[in-house]
Each structure stands twice: as structure tokens, then as C-alpha cells.
Design a protein. Structure first.
Length: 258
């Protein structure tokens, strides 16, 4: 839902990598929420359409994506003509009550000023017994960097996210937010970490483009480049660990008698 400061095509590459991180988790959550049988599915903060276009291919229900950035929606429509992309604000959704069978988001809530309001709005537009899914939200407060010399990067990036208006500790708050929204059958968890090899060049390049953008006001270009080279070497030699806890949450809209 953030406004694009780079061309949507560049954000699309980043979103594809993020989606790869959570693919197995999403499949499980889609099963838990019976998304296969949903008639109308809405993604809030759909960005360049990576997640909702995947759902459009996998399932039979009608798919909708909403993002605050019209440029992102135009890009999404070029890649996915099946989904209806709408420009709007997640804090004031332009839909009547109980319009959708399932409503979801992916790496969104950390960027919105009032995530409680967004989830409340998602509940409003979701039918009774429908599901609301926060597929992935990070928690930089639990970040692990090893070797220790990389811990400074983590601290600086967390501060930079706060400066940008993000909430880097949003992950741990999901259960509370879903409970406040009056959802039931809430399940919250953390995506596990697994290190079986080094990241691809595309993944490393994407990660460091993001880090460089975040830290441009906190470190010199030379210092960032020095860290980047050290990071690549640490991955090559096999001693690098980077873990940012990524939470998910799922909850059901209750009937009036529950």
C-alpha cells in the first residue's frame, strides 16, 4: 500500500522474492481457510499483484486486489487481467459489509499507520464464517545476525524503518490485533528458518538494494558497499545466519450468536 518511489517493475521483483519465502506457509493457510471454496477473495495492499494473481490461477473464486497506489494497480492489471484491481485505502475500504468470503494481506500491516483499523475494515467486508489472513508480517525485534559484526546493520535498518513510518515489531502484535477485531478461531505462528545453502544472486541483490535504500541517510555509500561485500563473503564461506521472525495470523468472522 506504500506509494512507489521506484518503478513498479522493480518492486515486482522484490515482491516475487518475498512471496517465495512464504510459499509453503501460504499453501497451508489457504487450506486452513478453505480458500478453494471461496467465491470472492480480496487482497488488501495487493502491490503489483504477486499474491492475488497466484490465487486467481489456483482457485475458482473471483479475485480482487486493492492498493493505494494507482500506478501499482495499472501494472498489476497488465500482468493479470482476471483479477479486478481497485485503488483505495485499507483504512476505509470502498465495499459494503460482508462483500467477500476471504480477505487477506501479505507484508502490509507494518506499513500502515493504524493496522487495527485495517483489520477491522477487513472484518467488516468479510462474510460471517469467512476468514481473514495476515499471511506474513516481520518482527525485527527478534532479528538474529551472525557473525556479530552484522548486528549493526540490523539495528540501523530497524531504526530506518521506524523513520519511514513502519512498525518493525508488528509481528508480535498480530494476535492482539486479531483479538481486538473480534475474530475467533485465531491461529498465530512464526515461519521457521532453514539454511541449506547461500541465497541466489538475485536474492542477495534484492536484499542489498533494500538495505541500501533504507540506510542511505545512516551510512555512507562506501560503508554500505563494505558491508555488502562482507555479507556476500560470509554467505560464500557458510557462516552467515540472518533470521527475521515472520509471523502469520488467521481468524474467522463470528456469527452474531458466537
Amino acid at each position: 500500500m506504500e506509494q512507489f518511489s521506484y518503478p513498479p517493475s522493480e518492486w515486482h521483483d522484490r515482491y516475487r522474492i518475498q512471496a517465495a519465502w512464504t510459499q509453503s506457509l501460504r499453501e497451508r493457510l489457504y487450506e486452513l481457510s478453505n480458500l478453494r471454496n471461496a467465491n470472492r477473495i480480496m487482497e488488501i495492499g495487493s502491490g503489483t499483484g504477486v499474491i492475488i494473481s497466484e490465487i486467481a490461477v489456483q482457485f475458482q473464486g473471483k479475485t480482487y486486489g486493492l492498493d493505494i497506489d494507482h500506478q501499482a494497480n495499472a501494472f498489476s492489471h497488465q500482468l493479470d487481467s482476471v483479477t479486478r484491481y481497485i485503488t483505495g485505502d485499507g483504512r476505509n475500504l470502498p465495499f459494503p459489509r460482508a462483500s467477500f468470503d476471504a480477505t487477506l494481506c501479505h507484508f502490509l500491516l507494518m506499513w500502515v499507520p493504524n493496522p487495527e483499523l485495517v483489520i477491522s475494515e477487513m472484518r467488516r467486508i468479510t462474510k460471517v464464517d469467512g476468514w481473514i489472513l495476515a499471511l506474513a508480517e516481520p518482527d525485527y525485534g527478534g532479528r538474529i545476525d551472525y557473525p556479530p559484526k552484522f548486528e549493526e546493520i540490523g539495528k540501523l535498518q530497524t531504526c530506518a524503518l521506524i523513520d519511514q513510518g513502519a512498525d518493525p515489531m508488528i509481528g508480535r502484535k498480530l494476535k492482539d490485533i486479531f483479538s481486538q477485531a473480534g475474530l475467533i478461531d485465531i491461529q498465530v505462528g512464526v515461519l521457521s528458518g532453514e539454511w541449506t545453502g547461500q541465497p541466489t544472486l538475485e536474492e542477495l541483490d534484492s536484499e542489498w538494494r533494500t538495505i541500501a535504500a533504507d540506510l542511505r541517510h545512516k551510512l555512507s555509500d562506501e560503508a554500505i558497499e563494505e558491508y555488502r561485500r562482507a555479507d556476500a563473503e560470509a554467505w560464500r564461506t557458510g557462516n552467515r545466519i540472518l533470521f527475521i521472525p515472520t509471523f502469520y495470523a488467521i481468524g474467522r468472522v463470528p456469527s452474531y450468536t458466537e
